[in-house]
Design a protein around this ligand. Structure first.
Ligand code: NAD
Length: 243
């Protein structure tokens, strides 16, 4: 059995993850820790093969470093990672020959939504991303929004049509990454939604994903725990472990 420690276990995602790991016959949940616990000492004493981190954006990068330095494999669902941080962690994982995952989104449908957006961006370079989450989400835009912008930019073969970005009210045109506008909605009742909105000649295309409950993330978390032990590198995006 693959031994797993969950960090952020008292949170909405963490508590669901503990239940899902407990129900997976290939996994053994050996520890549940949260804000007041010492992550490094917990890894040293429990010696988990995998640590799932579902905490808070401002702590995610530091936690991932701690997990790798302590010799465990990180499965990071915590959002807010920038490209440079992912690259630093990939270098550290390589040095330690440890597998790991940073997943902007654990839901299979959301991974497919990002892949389909990449496919569409080859032919329709004009695109904006609208994501919605609960008001408790710490940061904006979401990790999924950022990853989608990176995928679109890598797939796009021409630049988007320039637009007038004169804003009568600051923020009206959203944020921008890799020439992709990102708009963040925060409303009660929403778990996680994203629409990738393409415009073409006389046509539009919308690719939409909706996580209706946190259960949608659990098969991806369990899959990641099972797969990272077979790897000696840290991957960015669940799609790298899905096949
Ligand atoms: N990748 C995905 O598919 C996915 C899906 C949903 C949410 N998320 C992300 O997962 C994270 C957790 O989301 P949530 O809805 O469960 O939040 P939450 O606020 O319900 O839970 C966060 C938990 O982490 C704990 N915590 C905060 N800082 C900590 C630290 N430094 N060390 C240890 N524990 C700490 C809190 O006490 C809390 O119990 C967020 O970053 C969120 O954006 C990712």
């Amino acid at each position: 059995m693959i031994t797993v420690l969950v960090n952020g276990a008292n949170g909405r995602m963490g508590s669901e993850a503990c239940k899902a790991i407990n129900n997976d016959p290939a996994l053994e949940l050996i520890g549940q820790i949260d804000y007041k616990d010492d992550l490094q000492k917990s890894i040293e004493s429990l010696k988990p093969q995998v640590v799932v981190d579902l905490t808070i954006a401002s702590a995610g990068f530091g936690n991932a470093q701690t997990i790798l330095n302590a010799g465990a494999r990180p499965v990071i669902g915590t959002s807010g990672f920038l490209k440079e941080q992912v690259e630093k962690l990939q270098t550290l994982a390589k040095e330690k020959s440890l597998g790991g995952l940073i997943a902007p989104n654990f839901s299979v449908g959301a991974v497919l939504m990002m892949q389909f957006a990449g496919q569409a961006a080859r032919y329709l370079p004009d695109v904006e991303v609208i994501e919605a989450h609960s008001p408790q989400k710490e940061e904006s835009p979401s990790g999924t929004g950022l990853r989608t912008a990176e995928i679109i930019n890598a797939a796009r073969r021409s630049l988007p049509t320039p637009t007038s970005d004169k804003e009568l009210i600051k923020g009206a045109r959203g944020a921008e990454l890799e020439n992709v506008k990102l708009h963040s909605i925060r409303l009660p009742g929403v778990v996680a939604q994203q629409t990738v909105f393409f415009g073409g000649t006389g046509e539009t295309l919308k690719i939409e994903h909706n996580s209706q409950s946190r259960e949608s993330f659990m098969p991806g978390i369990c899959l990641a725990c099972r797969k990272v032990v077979e790897r000696e590198e840290l991957v960015y995006g669940l799609e790298h472990l899905m096949d």
